[in-house]
Design a protein around this ligand. Structure first.
Ligand SMILES: Nc1nc2c(ncn2[C@@H]2O[C@H](COP(=O)(O)OP(=O)(O)OP(=O)(O)O)[C@@H](O)[C@H]2O)c(=O)[nH]1
Length: 346
């Protein structure tokens, strides 16, 4: 399979290609189990409909305008200008929009397109390619425990997402252990306790203001001795300031490497789509300091700013692994570029 198209190793939709190509028997992927469960309970069409419903608010800005632009229009400079304006208004961001328009003009010229309809399809393809520029880290049973460090600013949805991930991995038959690394806010520990009980998994925690690096170290040691598959660690979103937070997170990473130099396998940044273009600043800060391996975009259900996904992926080349589309524990989906773009244009 084309590496560029492998947005989500956990992706449902690439499963067939993955399994035929990958003959390594000692590796099991969450994707494979994912897909089996998925096929039993859902269909690609349903998932697509969920994407369509989720993006309702983002589509309001984008969809009607874009369709009107292409309707029976001829290809000229004005059309490109209008498309550019629509993309910018849809939170796709100026830099990424200009890149899309540049490619659109070049390819339309190269393919000698005359018809606006063909340009419409070309725009979709270019937008999917923008989202497919990244590859995700592979889960493997050899990486045991597979350590996922969850980071993000306050209120972005970290704790809720951990609850959703726990449910998801448990459903795939994986053993999960949680670590309450947000010791700054008592409610965060209570929230994780709720999720751990709900999913029947162990939570390693300590009292408020205790050292998060030490809690996470204990959690990883315990997971190793108990042969646990996956450890998910929560972290604070706000300490005294941004520098303190980054130092705290760096310490967690440093200390975890004493157990295994490859820890953490994943550093997932949770970002709230409602923040629009401001998320770029968050991605920049966390990535510069910690090296983010994937993104989880939450609250796509409640915002018109879903277009920001294009600029985040385009500017940082970090894959979006999951999207959060509601507060319930099942409201987490593997991100799929094709579905996302099709849903936007639907
Ligand atoms: N609509 C919607 N709400 C969400 C989603 N994900 C999380 N939330 C809500 O967002 C709020 C904040 O979520 P938390 O999980 O507490 O966020 P956090 O990042 O852990 O915040 P702190 O613990 O304060 O650092 C809660 O009310 C969640 O129910 C989502 O995908 N959609």
């Amino acid at each position: 399979m084309n590496q560029k198209n492998k947005t989500g190793f956990f992706s449902f939709f690439n499963f067939k290609k993955e399994t035929t190509k990958k003959k390594e028997t000692n590796k099991t992927s969450l994707t494979q189990n994912n897909e089996k469960n998925f096929n039993q309970t859902n269909t690609s069409k349903n998932i697509f409909q969920i994407f369509v419903n989720t993006l309702k608010k983002t589509k309001e800005k984008f969809n009607i305008t874009i369709k009107n632009l292409f309707y029976k229009k001829k290809i000229d400079a004005k059309l490109f200008k209008d498309i550019e304006e629509t993309l910018i208004k849809s939170d796709i961001g100026i830099i990424t929009t200009q890149k899309i328009i540049h490619q659109l003009i070049q390819q339309a010229d190269y393919q000698q397109l005359k018809n606006a309809n063909e340009l419409y399809e070309l725009l979709k393809t270019i937008m999917v390619n923008i989202l497919n520029q990244t590859t995700t880290i592979q889960y493997s049973t050899q990486k045991k425990p597979f350590f996922i460090l969850i980071v993000g600013v306050n209120g972005s949805g970290k704790t809720t997402t951990i609850g959703k991930l726990t449910k998801r991995y448990k459903k795939k038959g994986k053993s999960v252990l949680l670590a309450a690394g947000d010791t700054f806010r008592a409610a965060a520990i209570d929230q994780l306790l709720f999720w751990s009980k709900k999913n029947n998994v162990t939570l390693i925690h300590n009292k408020i203001n205790s050292d998060p690096a030490s809690i996470i170290f204990d959690a990883l040691s315990s997971a190793k001795s108990k042969n646990i598959d996956i450890v998910i660690a929560d972290t604070a979103g706000r300490v005294q300031n941004k520098i303190h937070l980054m130092e705290e997170l760096k310490k967690i990473i440093r200390v975890s490497k004493k157990i295994n130099p490859n820890f953490p396998h994943e550093i997932m940044l949770v970002i709230d789509a409602c923040s629009g273009q401001n998320v770029l600043d968050q991605v920049n800060t966390f990535n510069k300091n910690l090296g983010i391996t994937s993104l989880i975009i939450t609250k796509l259900d409640g915002t018109a700013k879903g277009g920001v996904i294009f600029s985040v992926i385009d500017q940082y080349k970090i894959p979006v692994r999951y999207i959060g589309i509601g507060e319930k524990s099942e409201d987490l989906y593997t991100f799929n570029a094709q579905h996302f773009v099709n849903a936007l244009f639907e």
